[in-house]
Design a binder for this molecule. Structure first.
Ligand SMILES: Cc1cc2nc3c(=O)[nH]c(=O)nc-3n(C[C@H](O)[C@H](O)[C@H](O)COP(=O)(O)OP(=O)(O)OC[C@H]3O[C@@H](n4cnc5c(N)ncnc54)[C@H](O)[C@@H]3O)c2cc1C
Length: 397
């Protein structure tokens, strides 16, 4: 029987989603021989959209992929929130005036195809349709045996990057512990609809939860509802009820393809690195999608991870202490984003007594002080954690 082919990339990335493809591009552009191992055969069908904040679009620009991504999506001009039936709670952030950078709405499959093309052009080897893999380590080298339709392939590599998402199998194989939490009884109902009249994101807060839409370009929009599980028995109905409270965007709901219920998690991983391996993206810091920060912070990982990985390859030192520099520098920001995403999830759909009244009062207070809301969004879109003063005034600690 023929022996499996063997390849020896400098770095092997497990997972070819947002994190894996963007890191692959950055490493290949530094001249590092990089392979990506991906289990899927083709892009997933879209059930939601990405609202990417400036931390994400700055990385896309740095990778040379932003102009193409903008061609396939929409540069958003405003973010609006309002409490249904309470005109004084309308909060609108004009992104063209905010001066914080580009906010992008795009279908995940389109962004993936832009990144995939960029990665292939940069010389990344993308090994997809990997049905199964096994992992072992000997004398500081990983051996990864892949089963693919084309036949078996063995990779020998000194450094693994775990970019296989919130349910990361690699994380478990490496013995890196994780815990997860979820807002109790809460779900997101999500789907892709037709175009919106404006390039914006809008969210309505109602007595039973919240619903909204994000423009994803000339043809599509992301439609979603945050609801208690008990109210999402009929997902299509749960999603469409928000068409009635936002009539200007109602036609987008006529083209809704399908409504799907998802239950995302916040993932806490105490240690992101071990000898010869490091986690990134959702595998390291998966967060609730309620503020649209998960993908943006995943993309924001990329420049620093390249720096750390490049130094490791140059020095030939792949020990955990060196690789954990990535976590030390990234975690304050990702932990803050996880915290406020959890907080926002409670605000949108909290079931505790008095939660809705507190939410509506907070919205009214913010609507009266738009300058504070703008400062908060500007600081959140910057590369650092918002200042303590702003966080305290916004009550988003
Ligand atoms: C409903 C919803 C809405 C969201 N909205 C937004 C938003 O508006 N803005 C935003 O910034 N973020 C949003 N997010 C979060 C965003 O999707 C994630 O943060 C982002 O996709 C993380 O990228 P990743 O590459 O780390 O993980 P993933 O995108 O999960 O990619 C992981 C990849 O690894 C592959 N893989 C998994 N297991 C294996 C294995 N064993 N072997 C090989 N390959 C494997 C998978 O096939 C996949 O391609 C949303 C998430 C959800 C669920």
């Amino acid at each position: 029987m023929a022996r499996p082919a063997v390849e020896k990339p400098d770095i092997t990335i497990v997972g070819g989603g947002l994190a894996g493809l963007s890191t692959g591009i950055a490493l290949a552009e530094s001249g590092i021989d990089t392979a990506i191992v991906e289990s899927r055969r083709k892009a997933k069908a879209d059930i939601f959209g990405f609202l990417l904040w400036p931390p994400g679009t700055r990385s896309l620009r740095w990778l040379g992929a932003l102009p193409e991504a903008l061609r396939h999506g929409a540069e958003l001009e405003s973010l609006t929130w309002f409490v249904v039936g309470q005109e004084r709670t309308r909060l609108r952030v004009d992104l063209t005036e905010l001066g914080a950078g580009t906010f992008l709405g795009i279908l995940p499959s389109r962004l993936e195809s832009v990144l995939r093309d960029t990665a292939l052009r940069a010389g990344v080897r993308i090994l997809d349709s990997v049905d199964e893999w096994t992992l072992s380590r000997e004398r500081a080298t990983w051996t990864m045996r892949l089963r693919r339709p084309e036949g078996p392939l063995t990779l020998r590599t000194p450094l693994l990057i775990g970019a296989d998402g919130s349910g990361s199998r690699l994380r478990g194989e490496l013995g890196l512990s994780s815990s997860r939490r979820q807002p109790r009884g809460q779900v997101i109902v999500t789907g892709v609809g037709g175009p919106l009249p404006a390039r914006e994101s809008r969210q309505a807060l109602s007595a039973s939860g919240s619903g909204g839409c994000v423009s994803l370009g000339d043809k599509d929009s992301w439609l979603y509802t945050v609801a208690q599980e008990s109210e999402a028995g009929d997902p299509d109905h749960a999603l469409r009820q928000y068409a009635a409270v936002d009539p200007a965007n109602a036609p987008a709901y006529d083209q809704l393809q399908r409504a799907v219920v998802v239950r995302p998690w916040t993932i806490t991983v105490p240690r992101w690195a071990t000898d010869g391996a490091v986690l990134m993206g959702d595998a390291a810091h998966g967060m609730l999608p309620h503020l649209g920060l998960g993908g943006s912070l995943t993309l924001e990982d990329v420049p620093l991870l390249r720096e750390v990985a490049e130094e490791a390859v140059r020095s030939g030192d792949f020990c955990a202490a060196r690789l954990s520099a990535f976590q030390q520098r990234r975690q304050p920001r990702t932990a803050y984003a996880q915290r406020i995403s959890d907080q926002w999830a409670r605000v949108l759909c909290g079931s505790a007594p008095g939660a809705r009244t507190a939410r509506d009062l907070a919205m009214r207070r913010m609507a009266r002080n738009m300058e504070l809301a703008e400062t908060f969004y500007r600081e959140l879109a910057s590369p650092s954690v918002p200042s303590l003063g702003t966080r305290m005034r916004m009550m988003m600690l």
